[in-house]
Design a binder for this molecule. Structure first.
Ligand SMILES: Cc1cc2nc3c(=O)[nH]c(=O)nc-3n(C[C@H](O)[C@H](O)[C@H](O)COP(=O)(O)OP(=O)(O)OC[C@H]3O[C@@H](n4cnc5c(N)ncnc54)[C@H](O)[C@@H]3O)c2cc1C
Length: 587
């Protein structure tokens, strides 16, 4: 079958904050850039980010990047790579001012400077008093950011492929990446997009869990494509559960609520976080707060007739603060929890929120991985940034508002790296003869399959299994069983049948293609989690409750072939400053 081919300098899969920040750098440098997105760019999940973007501007309390770096290393439970963390925190002020100059409408303080609010894990003086570091546009920071970036990209002539889905990575015999195969979702047309540089910015994969704050499109496509092309996935056992998802629906209630002075209560009206984190209380690391909520429920102090949730109180902030700083939160509470937070607390539970792991990269956005049995090296032509990448700046637990920073810093850095790399290799490499074979085989399988389970059924089993076997607390027997069950789900996913093609032709097809990716992510997560015999950050093992730096201060690499695991050392040495050696993590 002849397939249409298009050539670009760079192809970016994903039009969230990460993809659009990288695209802007490239388009402004005069390169020919294609950006693919499953949805209209400004509907990417970045649009839902509420609380803010971290930068030590010091507009409200004294601050500097070195304190921010310390907090990020500690927040990561020492699994974060300290060179990358230094790189990110040092650039934070600059990239935020750059966004301001792009026209991003931040809230303002009385003196006209960018408004900042406190978030969990932010401290002054290396663990001292609470810092105030999150730059915000009310509780719609991601919305302001994404629209600003989209408009700048339109101005820079970035070419968008809207409602196009990337399907598979194209690699040649040397392991170099030469582009992607993609499908126009409306028509089903498949095309080869050839590129000198291919960048993945496909976002998270929170949809592997039943209760998630993530958009329906967050299905880990970039990870699935990478895994199928032989790239390992890093630190997939680390998933952040946000302490405050709306009870029963999972929609996020931003940590900004606690940053502005809201706090959590149990059924006795007790402010229980004082017991778990006497110093930081409700603004401890998210992993700490989520475990506290889970313990309260387990020990019978949950609220409601089933004692299965907690309450987030903010009425004491007053209607003015709520309406000015948290208008979106009020709207969400009224719509999804049927309570007006001006008068009543919001019922909340921990909810899957953020993937710390991903495609392994360095801090220039270059993907770094072994090819076949060779040593670890930069994969030529392949880059990844944003939530789909593991740099790793978040290690075992991400601090709130560090992700919006991550996507901007590394989006820009990857753009700069691609510009340099294309100066050295300005030509397209020839495409291999089997360029689209794998994609066509997957599509043929979907068309031809008979007698398999439905995509919806298999997806539901996957999400249920992940939720029950790989949640806030993890148990050896449940993980072991989970590996078997998710293995079965992956097999079923490979045999799903699209029923009634005439009625729901392409949506069903796309869901089936997404399920392939969800299954890759779920397997990588379960296998990596089962193997890590310690508790660190968001990975909390019932049978190994302590962090074990001697054996486990290392990154996991999951290889799809043979479901093999390997490990690589944490980069403890920063670029210019002294290392922060691991110590007990208390808030
Ligand atoms: C509700 C919510 C609130 C949050 N609040 C904050 C906050 O206040 N501060 C903070 O720092 N972080 C926050 N986060 C986390 C942060 O928003 C995300 O980690 C970040 O925005 C991810 O950006 P991204 O560019 O990597 O991906 P996304 O914004 O998710 O974009 C992914 C893009 O990839 C595209 N895509 C995916 N697969 C394919 C494919 N196969 N083909 C083509 N296109 C594809 C999508 O269409 C989309 O354009 C929040 C997250 C959520 C869910």
């Amino acid at each position: 079958m002849a397939i249409a081919r298009r050539k670009f300098d760079a192809v970016i899969v994903g039009a969230g904050g990460a993809g659009m920040r990288a695209a802007l750098q490239l388009s402004e440098a005069g390169l020919k850039v294609a950006v693919l997105s499953k949805v209209f760019p400004t509907r990417s999940h970045t649009v839902a980010a509420q609380g803010g973007i971290a930068a030590a501007l010091g507009n409200v309390t004294e601050d500097n990047w070195h304190w921010h770096m310390y907090d990020t290393v500690k927040g990561s439970d020492y699994l974060g790579d300290q060179d990358a963390i230094e790189f990110m925190c040092r650039q934070a002020n600059e990239v935020v001012y750059e966004l301001e100059h792009f026209g991003m409408p931040f809230d303002r303080l009385e003196n006209g400077k960018i408004y900042q609010r406190p978030f969990g894990g932010q401290s002054q003086n290396f663990g001292g008093a609470q810092a105030t570091r999150s730059c915000a546009a009310a509780d719609r920071t991601g919305h302001a950011m994404l629209h600003t970036l989209y408009q700048r990209n339109v101005r820079a002539n970035t070419q968008f492929f809207i409602e196009w889905m990337g399907l598979d990575l194209i690699r040649d015999e040397q392991g170099d990446v030469l582009g992607v195969t993609a499908m126009e979702m409306e028509t089903g047309e498949v095309m080869v997009l050839q590129a000198k540089a291919t960048l993945f910015a496909t976002g998270g994969a929170g949809r592997i869990f039943q209760a998630s704050t993530n958009a329906f499109i967050n299905t880990g496509d970039g990870l699935g494509m990478s895994a199928r092309a032989g790239i390992p996935l890093e630190d997939m056992e680390f998933w952040q559960f946000h302490p405050t998802g709306v009870y029963g629906v999972g929609v996020l209630i931003s940590e900004a609520v606690r940053g502005e002075g809201g706090y959590l209560l149990n059924k006795d009206g007790e402010r229980f976080m004082q017991r778990y984190a006497p110093h930081a209380k409700d603004l401890a690391g998210r992993d700490v707060v989520s475990r506290a909520l889970t313990m309260e429920i387990k020990e019978g102090r949950g609220c409601g007739k089933d004692a299965d949730h907690l309450l987030l109180k903010l009425d004491h902030l007053g209607a003015d603060v709520i309406n000015m700083r948290l208008p979106g939160i009020r709207e969400i509470a009224i719509k999804f929890a049927q309570v007006d937070p001006i008068n009543e607390p919001i019922p909340v539970v921990p909810t899957a929120h953020y993937m710390m792991g991903g495609i392994p990269t360095n801090f220039h956005g270059q993907v770094v991985a072994p090819y076949k049995t060779g040593p670890e090296e930069v994969v030529r032509g392949f880059y990844a940034v944003g939530e789909c990448a593991c740099v790793s700046v978040h290690g075992a637990n991400r601090l709130g508002t560090n992700s919006l920073l991550d996507i901007i810093v590394f989006g820009r850095a990857a753009g700069n790296q691609i510009i340099e790399d294309l100066k050295k290799s300005p030509h397209h490499k020839p495409l291999p003869a089997d360029v689209a074979d794998r994609t066509l085989a997957r599509l043929a399988r979907l068309e031809g399959q008979k007698g398999g389970e439905s995509v919806a059924q298999v997806g539901a089993t996957l999400r249920k299994t992940m939720q029950a076997h790989c949640g806030v607390f993890r148990f050896a027997d449940m993980l072991k069983e989970g590996v078997t069950k998710i293995g079965e789900v992956a097999e079923q996913a490979a045999q799903t049948e699209i029923k009634d093609k005439s009625k729901v032709f392409n949506t069903a097809r796309i869901e089936a293609l997404e399920l392939d990716n969800l299954a890759e992510v779920a397997l990588a997560t379960m296998v990596s989690a089962e193997a890590r015999n310690e508790s660190r950050g968001a990975h909390a093992r019932d049978d190994f409750p302590e962090r074990d730096d001697e054996k486990w201060l290392k990154h996991t690499l999951y290889f799809r072939t043979g479901r093999r695991l390997d490990y690589k050392p944490v980069r403890l040495k920063p670029m210019t400053v002294e290392s922060f050696p691991p110590k007990p993590r208390v808030y």
